[in-house]
Ligand binder design. Structure first.
Ligand code: UT7
Length: 326
């Protein structure tokens, strides 16, 4: 078998704002309860960014930690992709803010907008660019301040989301083209724009001239999520020449514990194979997959050679998965 280039994850990092908001605090503001939120979603608390703390600040802090873990200097980074639906400004890209905050003056920096699937989209684009020879070392970041686009009077959405950031450093390495290679083995992405009205923000620079607030028909999103996610997970495993029994850890987007359980069940996997952080972080959109990944790397669950299956689904709809050998 001829040699191939693989993008290997060589470091992870996260940042969570200091302020923690428990369910009880929300119950004092809208007609909800800790019991309802825990039972229907699995969420117990979320982090909320401070005034003046922007998505680029969260992203930069996570990136610094990932660079440290990888033992890589910022100057060695060729490419920064930030997945976010809550950029600091309409333009320029938040990734260029991160680039400047890291003291970098060279390289490529841009954002991708795929909401909760953003990290999977960013990882796929970075992997493709690395394999195409556009760079050797990349920072892929998911960072969000969803607290700024929530309608804090809508109990159907304001209890579900939180702020945070997660980052990985990718580096080009020689692989053998086999499913035993380390690094990203396969990724698959999908979009279906017919579902805009089920999950969207009711504003934008080119329409209302305002930022807008998040709107969601949760029950319908839920139904699509379990089907779309289980399909793309199997498709991605198939593309890598692997099957569900090979998976050591599912690293999912953290929207709802019941979605994680339903999706794992469809693949014949127990919830004990799924990294769950939704209880502590709530739904952090593009940040949730790298936050969960870093959690399981640092607590020692993820071991050398483990097969990880990353997955996410969000507004658009967009969804995707990645099979990664650790
Ligand atoms: O990250 C992007 C992807 N997003 C998702 O994946 C979210 C997917 N959806 C979900 O996670 C769930 O659908 C929700 C958590 C949003 C809602 O759970 P559900 O079991 O689908 O509840 P529901 O929307 O059917 O609402 C059941 C009841 C309703 O009352 P009635 O009509 O039965 O009287 C709601 O008004 O619960 C009520 N309700 C609440 N009650 C207390 C809705 N939100 C709340 C709340 N507290 N926060």
């Amino acid at each position: 078998m001829s040699g191939v280039t693989r993008s290997r994850i060589i470091g992870t990092g996260v940042y969570l704002p200091a302020r923690v908001m428990e369910n009880a605090e929300l119950a004092a503001q809208v007609d909800t309860s800790d019991e309802w939120i825990v039972e229907r979603t699995g969420i117990r608390r979320r982090h909320i960014a401070a005034d003046g703390e922007f998505t680029s600040d969260l992203a930069t802090a996570a990136a610094r930690e990932a660079l440290l873990a990888a033992g890589v200097d910022a100057e060695a980074i060729d490419l920064i992709i930030v997945a976010t639906a809550t950029p600091d400004q309409t333009f320029p890209a938040t990734a260029t803010r991160v680039q400047a905050k890291l003291g970098m003056t060279k390289g490529i920096a841009f954002d991708v907008a795929a909401v909760c699937s953003g990290f999977l989209y960013a990882l796929t684009v970075a992997d493709a660019m690395i394999r195409a020879g556009q760079g050797r070392t990349a920072l892929v970041i998911g960072a969000e301040t969803f607290s700024r686009i929530l309608d804090w009077e809508d109990r159907g959405t304001c209890v579900l989301f939180g702020d945070g950031a997660g980052a990985v450093v990718l580096r080009a390495e020689a692989g053998r083209g086999l499913s035993t290679d380390k690094g990203i083995l396969a990724t698959r992405l999908h979009s279906d724009g017919r579902y805009n009205e089920l999950l969207y923000v009711d504003g934008g620079p080119g329409s209302t001239g305002t930022t807008g607030k998040l709107r969601m028909k949760g029950k319908e999103v839920f139904r699509h999520a379990v089907t779309n996610l289980s399909e793309v997970m199997l498709e991605t495993l198939g593309a890598a020449g692997l099957s569900a029994k090979d998976v050591a850890w599912v690293i999912p987007h953290q929207a709802n514990l019941r979605i994680l359980e339903g999706t794992a069940r469809k693949l014949g996997l127990g919830i004990d194979r799924v990294v769950v952080t939704v209880d502590r972080h709530a739904n952090t959109s593009a940040a949730s997959v790298p936050l969960a990944l870093d959690t399981a790397v640092r607590d020692g669950r993820i071991r050398d050679g483990d097969l990880l299956l990353l997955e996410a689904m969000g507004g658009g709809f967009t969804w995707g998965a990645a099979a990664v050998r650790w």
